[in-house]
Design a protein around this ligand. Structure first.
Ligand code: NAD
Length: 484
């Protein structure tokens, strides 16, 4: 495989946080596993004036914890060149093209190019049109564009952004990263659902009572206050990651794992989402929250964070009830919650079955927990007979959690996704139709919150969100399975 993976990566935003924290380590892991060999090169570009030597030092620093040896890190970093570049300056694209063409020849890359836009989306349209106009796009190899979130700030802006990019690149050349889709355990959802008769036969409205998705973070906004205060949890987490997980949990089996088949099934679900009922302002189907100081005073309130408006109404927490208007799912609520400064960092799915129809036992409903991260694995909770006389029940947890070593050795999301870009597999990326439907859904919630004159509910840092998040399930006679 390695010999086939020939490509020049041009990373816009090569000095940035994402490049250093995620992209260089991911590229190094691919190099270590020989998915990348001698035939690859990277041009990092950003505004700063850096020399190649300095850039290569930065790349080596970024991989120091995972490098096999100094020599191996040096050999890897020798494939990197730096080009100072202002994305708005046409002349710079000519310089970039000369460098790209010479690296193509030096490393025999056969015209394959991956343009990685690791910068503010406000530049995406400018960059992609210059790439086309100044002929950085080759005729002989593949040309792929990788885009980071956020893809727009609402449906309108995402459509505008998409139209701008589509003026120069087709949808099948675009790889919109949603790093959740690169997570091993998120991909595992499809295997669990579609490779086990136990689940294929009962993963439906006649057997399942409800599904719960929690993506909780224990950290606050850290140094991202400026970005986050304009964004909030609904746009930062629900529009992309949560909606993708919802689609994977409820989509019909695709005919195959090709991009087209998977995308069609996901879009079918996203299009069928009922607009949430927000008419009862005191208990709408989507509620928001913002963290206040922790009860013990050790964690500050969101509004006290650096670069956050002291009167901010930004949501640092969202919980909601989704209804999927299809015959398969109409009666099965999907409850979601995500937020910052919650008790624990955890991404998990809980699928709760209905009780049996017989009245022989006072049983607890069977449930399946899929741990997406940082804990990874699956737990199925059944009912067992208590040893001894009578027919009393006792819980029977069947647990398969991945060891730290296994997790450590599993490919990381960016590594998997960059490899997919290299081999041209678009299955695990967010396609325009999915992005568009998710924005429409999220826009309706945002609009309702804006129009309501309700204050944003506060929750103490280091809790599991505001009371309203618990009421949401209680009024349906349910509760969150995970309640740390
Ligand atoms: P960053 O601010 O650390 O880096 C931005 C990069 O863009 C820098 O290299 C900067 O020099 C360059 N740049 C800015 N203006 C420029 C111009 N006019 N011409 C040329 N270069 C210019 O940002 P980041 O955290 O690395 O994020 C990059 C993108 O990835 C953003 O769209 C962000 O939303 C997204 N993203 C980041 C993360 C993350 O963990 N950092 C996670 C998800 C998505």
């Amino acid at each position: 495989m390695s010999q086939k993976n020939k490509a020049l990566f041009i990373i816009f935003g090569g000095t940035g946080d994402l490049a250093q924290r995620k992209l260089y380590p991911a590229l190094y892991r691919l190099y270590k596993k020989e998915y990348l060999s001698e035939h690859f090169a990277v041009i990092g570009t950003a505004r700063r004036e850096w020399s190649d030597e300095y850039y290569q030092d930065v790349v080596r620093d970024a991989i120091q914890d995972i490098a096999d040896s100094d020599d191996h890190a040096k050999a890897f970093a020798s494939h990197f060149r730096y080009q100072s570049h202002n994305v708005k300056d046409t002349e710079h694209y000519h310089t970039l093209k000369r460098l790209a063409d010479s690296l193509d020849e030096e490393y025999q890359l056969e015209g394959n190019r991956i343009f990685y836009l690791s910068m503010s989306p406000s530049f995406f349209g400018t960059i992609t049109s210059h790439l086309k106009e100044q002929k950085l796009v080759t005729d002989n190899g593949f040309n792929r564009v990788v885009i980071e979130k956020p893809f727009g700030t609402d449906y309108e802006s995402s459509k505008e952004l998409n139209d701008e990019i589509n003026a120069s690149f087709d949808e099948d050349q675009l790889y919109r990263i949603d790093h959740y889709l690169g997570k091993e355990m998120v991909q595992t959802i499809l295997a669990l659902r579609f490779a086990n008769r136990l689940f294929t036969d009962s993963w439906n409205a006649s057997s399942i009572d409800n599904i719960q998705i929690t993506l909780s973070e224990d950290l606050g906004v850290e140094e991202r206050g400026e970005y986050y205060d304009k964004t909030g949890a609904l746009k930062d987490m629900v529009q992309n990651h949560v909606m993708q997980v919802v689609a994977l949990l409820t989509m019909n089996p695709p005919k195959s794992f090709t991009m087209e088949d998977v995308r069609d099934q996901k879009i079918h679900i996203l299009k069928a989402l009922k607009e949430p009922d927000m008419s009862d302002v005191s208990s709408p189907e989507f509620i928001r929250g913002q963290y206040a100081e922790s009860e013990d005073g050790s964690l500050i309130a969101y509004r006290e964070e650096d670069k956050v408006d002291t009167e901010s109404m930004t949501d640092t927490f969202v919980a909601g009830k989704l209804t999927i208007n299809t015959d398969e799912w109409r009666d099965v609520p999907v409850y979601i919650r995500t937020g910052k400064r919650l008790k624990e960092k955890m991404s998990r799915v809980d699928v709760v079955w209905k009780k049996t129809d017989n009245e022989l036992f006072d049983e607890s409903p069977t449930h399946l927990t899929i741990h997406l991260g940082p804990k990874e694995g699956v737990e199925l909770f059944l009912n067992d007979k208590k040893i001894g006389p009578g027919m009393d029940l006792t819980p029977l947890p069947l647990r398969s959690l991945r060891s730290e070593e296994t997790i450590e050795q599993s490919p990381e999301a960016y590594e998997k996704l960059i490899l997919d870009v290299l081999i041209g597999d678009e299955t695990h990326f967010a396609h325009w139709g999915e992005v568009a439907e998710s924005w429409k859904f999220v826009d309706a919630i945002k609009k309702a919150w804006k129009e309501s004159d309700q204050p944003i509910p506060l929750y103490p840092a280091n809790s599991m969100g505001p009371k309203e998040a618990f009421d949401l399930l209680e009024k349906d006679g349910r509760k969150w399975v995970w309640n740390p």
